[in-house]
Write a protein that binds this ligand. Structure first.
Ligand code: FUL
Length: 749
């Protein structure tokens, strides 16, 4: 297959050459990694960067555009985000499994591949592994003979989906159990993979010899099963997250890679050199996502890859420090539900169609791949709401992007057809493409693509103009393009468009320009309440650390809208009160929706806890200068309390100003850095604010990678005025505690 692709690539290359572009577009061989020499000038580094291209597998993976993640396992039943590895396998009490229903919904959404958590951090395996009993074989499901991966792989064939596996390197079962292999300090010796198991021969007779320890051998044996017994595997997903480590366990990734590349030549590897994490799990995207990444060591020999989380990772300034320039595309991974695993259908929010479609446009149209998680429920199915959203998203993608309004335009043919092997090479600066149509077109999306497979990513700045009232009017400006850029702007009507390529790293090869019309929807909203209880409702802003003040992601794209809201828990309708100005609300649930003409957008809701106006800080175990405890309840999640660094136990004691009947609390971690997330802790209450008794403990998983607000519901309602939150374990073994906001939820009357 690879050979075939290489031949095709050669044909494409020769065709490209035979087009005799005006400019010398390729002045050196292209490659997915290009070393930088000490003698390279800044200009020659940029020239090299412009010749870094994806491998055929990476390019195929980019072309999938929209793919699915499935988190399923004991956590689905325990309702935890992270298991502890000590669960009885029987908690995975699955009675039915409908992987056809999953695949139909994913294919309706337009997804092309699905990645299953065959083993999450808890170490429980969803397939019939020969090398452990900690998994589906030890559950009552199909009398211990069930195999979720097998059923999924068969459904994938039926629905034409590619298959991928998430195999967690972190393995709490192997850490916690006495005979566990993780970090057991075993010797590194030559081992044959796969290790033969009596009565269970492999059809695939390939064998490998690696010098590894027990855990790496276990991992390699499992990879062998996964890559040889379930049909072609198109992605292997290595999560960098680690709830716990033991015994200085390291991973022999170079051995894993050799096995993967041999057994699954079509696969891409996530978390390593093929595909990188985008840096957040919230669905946020960089405005400029370069896939040519600077490395200090040759990625081909790197055993360990660090998470790349900064906003700017591939600008010229960053590349100047590189020793290697490497193509490594981003995946935007996020969940359709709050959290990665299914919990319930009442309290676990599901993203709206508007939200998912918005992330789709920002990620696929931002030089990345959109990996959306849909967690099956305890009935072994996707829940109805998730299915509805997937169907609507698929319909919206098809409605919006199947009708290219420039398909018959006058202009360079190579960029108007959908053939990615044909392209137009332009000048490095101030080049332009003009496209005209017979009849005027009305559009609000422009799609641009570069011929990255043969020429790499080159455009650094571009702008779109429309010919209106006998002159060019600038409609949108943006930065890079790469695999695909979707420009979004209020609708324009014209019969002539111009794209200006303002700055490029080398002569850009543009393979596609298309114009589309999106049936604009009312903007998505966000509800906020300040410390005095004033509630404001406004278009949602992107919320990740890269944009500390938030960026309005939808308001400017929509026409005039009004906002309707309710405060009594009912769904807002076209008859609900219109929101004009911030209003005061001590407690309750606010629901809001934007409206354009008769159309209502996605409903947003927010449960408001105890108002913070009268709260006082009674005690803080410690605080770093400028990070006092009061920042934990100032209704501003950008400020936060940070304890001094010494151990895992830190606390804040609060006086809520009056006694309240509380049903639970929420913890909002700070997003400024990855330290200080409170993973485990206790709540204490007091009758006088002086002597404290423990109320109950709490636990939150996956805070470092996903620092979103977490909720803990008390076992029973608690009446108190004085309350203390105390940390017991900091994520990643940290030593300081931080709280951006704490909220206490009121019992419903
Ligand atoms: C994270 C994990 O810790 C989560 O549980 C989830 O699997 C996500 C995709 O990656 O880092």
């Amino acid at each position: 297959m690879n050979k075939l692709f290489q031949c095709l690539a050669l044909v494409v290359f020769l065709t490209a050459c035979s087009q005799k572009p005006k400019f010398d577009a390729l002045v050196m061989p292209v490659s997915s990694t290009i070393p930088v020499n000490d003698t390279d000038s800044k200009d020659s580094i940029i020239l090299k960067a412009a010749h870094v291209v994806p491998t055929p597998n990476q390019y195929e993976a980019l072309k999938n555009e929209f793919i699915a993640f499935i988190h399923f396992g004991p956590n689905t039943f325990t309702r935890m985000e992270w298991g502890n590895g000590m669960e009885d396998p029987k908690v995975f009490n699955l009675k039915n499994l409908d992987t056809d229903q999953w695949c139909k919904a994913m294919s309706d959404a337009g997804m092309k591949k699905v990645i299953l958590t065959v083993k999450h951090h808890d170490g429980f395996v969803l397939w019939q592994s020969r090398y452990t009993d900690h998994g589906i074989m030890s559950t009552p499901f199909q009398d211990g003979k069930g195999d979720v991966l097998r059923e999924l792989s068969e459904s994938c064939k039926k629905y034409g989906l590619k298959l991928g596996v998430y195999l967690s390197p972190a393995d709490l079962f192997q850490i916690e159990n006495e005979e566990g292999l993780y970090g057991n300090l075993s010797e590194y010796t030559e081992r044959t993979i796969p290790r033969p198991v009596e009565g269970r021969p492999f059809e695939n007779k390939t064998t490998f010899t690696f010098k590894v320890d027990d855990y790496n051998e276990y991992f390699l044996n499992q990879l062998f099963e996964l890559l040889t017994e379930y049909g072609p595997i198109h992605e292997v997903w290595f999560d960098g997250a680690h709830p716990k480590r033991k015994g200085g366990q390291t991973y022999n990734y170079l051995a894993w890679k050799e096995l993967i590349r041999t057994l699954a030549p079509e696969t891409v590897i996530f978390g390593k050199e093929d595909i990188r994490w985008c840096g957040n799990e919230a669905g946020d995207t960089r405005d400029t996502e370069w896939n040519v990444i600077p490395y200090l060591e040759d990625p081909a020999n790197l055993n360990k890859f660090e998470d790349i989380t900064a906003e700017d990772i591939g600008s010229r300034e960053k590349l100047y420090n590189a020793k290697f320039l490497h193509y490594q595309q981003a995946e935007i991974n996020t969940s359709i539900r709050e959290g990665w695993f299914y919990r319930d259908d009442t309290d676990q929010k599901v993203r709206s169609t508007d939200d998912v479609f918005d992330i789709y446009e920002r990620s696929v149209g931002g030089n990345a791949t959109f990996l959306l998680n849909i967690p099956p429920n305890r009935e072994g199915k996707f829940s109805p709401e998730d299915v509805r959203v997937l169907e609507e998203v698929g319909q919206r993608i098809r409605e919006t992007y199947s009708n290219n309004l420039l398909a018959d335009a006058k202009g360079p043919k190579n960029i108007l057809d959908a053939n990615d092997a044909l392209f137009e090479v332009l000048d490095k600066e101030n080049a332009e493409l003009v496209l005209s149509t017979k009849a005027p077109i009305t559009f609000n999306r422009l799609v641009l693509q570069e011929a990255i497979a043969t020429h790499g990513e080159r455009v650094e700045q571009h702008a779109l103009d429309a010919w209106i009232n006998n002159e060019w009017q600038e409609i949108a400006v943006s930065t890079n393009i790469g695999y695909k850029r979707i420009l979004r702007f209020p609708e324009v009507t014209t019969n002539k468009v111009r794209v200006r390529f303002l700055q490029s790293r080398w002569y850009p090869a543009i393979s596609f320009v298309g114009a589309y019309y999106y049936n604009t929807r009312p903007p998505q909203l966000a509800i906020e309440r300040d410390v005095n209880g004033m509630v404001s409702i406004a278009p949602k802003k992107e919320d990740f650390g890269w944009k500390p003040h938030g960026q309005d992601i939808s308001a400017n794209l929509n026409g005039d809208y009004i906002i309707r809201y309710t405060t009594d828990g009912s769904m807002p309708t076209a008859n609900s009160p219109i929101y004009e100005d911030p209003f005061s609300l001590a407690a309750g649930e606010v629901k809001a929706v934007a409206q354009i003409n008769d159309q209502l957008g996605a409903v947003v809701e927010r449960e408001l806890g105890v108002m913070k106006k009268d709260w006082k800080l009674l005690q803080q175990s410690s605080a770093q200068s400028g990070r006092e405890g009061a920042a934990a309840f100032d209704a501003d999640p950008t400020t936060y309390w940070q304890s001094a660094s010494n151990n895992q136990n830190h606390y804040l004691s609060l006086d809520l100003g009056a006694e309240y009947a509380l049903k639970g609390f929420t913890y909002t971690p700070q997003k400024a850095h990855r330290d200080g997330m409170i993973e485990k802790g206790v709540l204490k209450i007091s009758a006088d604010g002086k002597s404290w008794k423990t109320l109950e403990s709490f636990e939150f998983g996956n805070l470092i990678n996903d620092p979103t607000t977490r909720k803990h519901v008390f076992k029973s309602v608690v009446n108190t005025r004085y309350i203390r939150i105390e940390s017991r374990e900091i994520a990643g073994g940290g030593k300081v505690a931080t709280i951006a906001e704490v909220d206490f939820l009121l019992e419903e009357k």
